[in-house]
Design a binder for this molecule. Structure first.
Ligand code: NAP
Length: 270
């Protein structure tokens, strides 16, 4: 439907995307900002239809879209312009449709992750990143640009080596102690009996990490965060990271300051 009749449209492209809390978060924010005629919706799109769907969104009244698994690399590829950080990371989670129909790509996962931390990471501090997928790329890049010494562990070691090599981090085969531990794998999304072992972690040694962050979000604490809480670590959960990356996307689309508290309440109310 054209924008003039229905108001600007926004959405999240993924496959699957049913689990996403972005619609409730963004629609609460849009209402709070007085943008009641804007709408944010789920856009389930399989990989083979991603590029043609994205190219049709401007004509259907869309101002912007978030992009989640498995489309983040394709989102960068489909855009005419992109921020330096999206290019450096090699993936985009935020698309903006310009008035002339061209597509601009950004990656707000990286600054959103940094904004979710209790304090900016100190240059020279250390971090261990678990995972070598799209979100790990954004987190490793964010921490490297902050001057953090980053080690990357992944179930498939070759992927850790490739990511670490591209971004200047170090690939490791076992989990070394660090100031910050970040789970960037999908482990913990479902209830799993041995989640920590899947991640080369031992609950007894989690106190070796001052702060533990988990990108996975769900209604109960993830196994990593539950064990980290017992070990007395400071915690950063995936819901807060979702809020922070979403706030930056919303500001890019509307030009207005994002209502962080409203977004946080909407995400945590499920
Ligand atoms: P991805 O590109 O598909 O990467 C998945 C990663 O998980 C890979 O490193 C993979 O290792 C690892 N993995 C999967 N199953 C595993 C298992 N059983 N044991 C050990 N490792 C396993 O996914 P992504 O885009 O990086 O996203 C990862 C998670 O972060 C997802 O749950 C996503 O929802 C979440 N996320 C949250 C936010 C937020 O705002 N909170 C933002 C982005 C992503 P291999 O290489 O060995 O396969």
């Amino acid at each position: 439907m054209p924008e003039a009749l229905s108001g600007p449209r926004l959405g999240v492209l993924g496959w699957p995307v049913a689990h996403s809390r972005s619609p409730q978060m963004h629609n609460a924010a849009l209402a709070h900002l007085g943008l009641e005629h804007w709408r944010y919706q789920r856009l389930p799109v399989p990989p083979e239809l991603f590029a043609e769907t994205v190219r049709g969104l401007h004509g259907a009244g869309f101002r912007g879209a978030n992009v989640t698994m498995p489309h983040k690399e394709a989102a960068l590829a489909v855009a005419e312009t992109a921020t330096d950080r999206a290019r450096a990371i090699g993936a985009a989670n935020t698309l903006t449709f310009n008035d002339d129909g061209t597509i601009h790509a950004d990656n707000t996962d990286a600054p959103g992750f940094l904004a979710a931390l209790p304090a900016a990471p100190a240059a020279g501090s250390s971090a261990l990143i678990l995972g070598a997928g799209g979100s790990a790329r954004a987190v490793v890049w964010a921490l490297m640009t902050a001057g953090v010494e980053v080690a990357v562990w992944n179930r498939t070691h070759e992927r850790a080596q490739q990511l670490a090599g591209e971004l200047g981090a170090v690939a490791v085969r076992a989990a070394p102690p660090a100031d910050l531990l970040v789970n960037c794998t999908s482990v913990g999304l479902a209830e799993e009996a041995d989640s920590l072992k899947d991640l080369a972690l031992d609950a007894e040694y989690l106190s070796r990490y001052a702060t533990v962050a988990d990108l996975v979000y769900r209604s109960t604490p993830t196994p990593v965060l539950a064990a980290a809480a017992r070990a007395g670590c400071a915690l950063v959960d995936g819901a807060e990271i979702l809020v922070r990356q979403g706030a930056l996307s919303l500001e890019a689309w509307t030009g207005l300051p994002a209502p962080i508290e409203v977004m946080r309440d909407a995400v945590r109310s499920t």
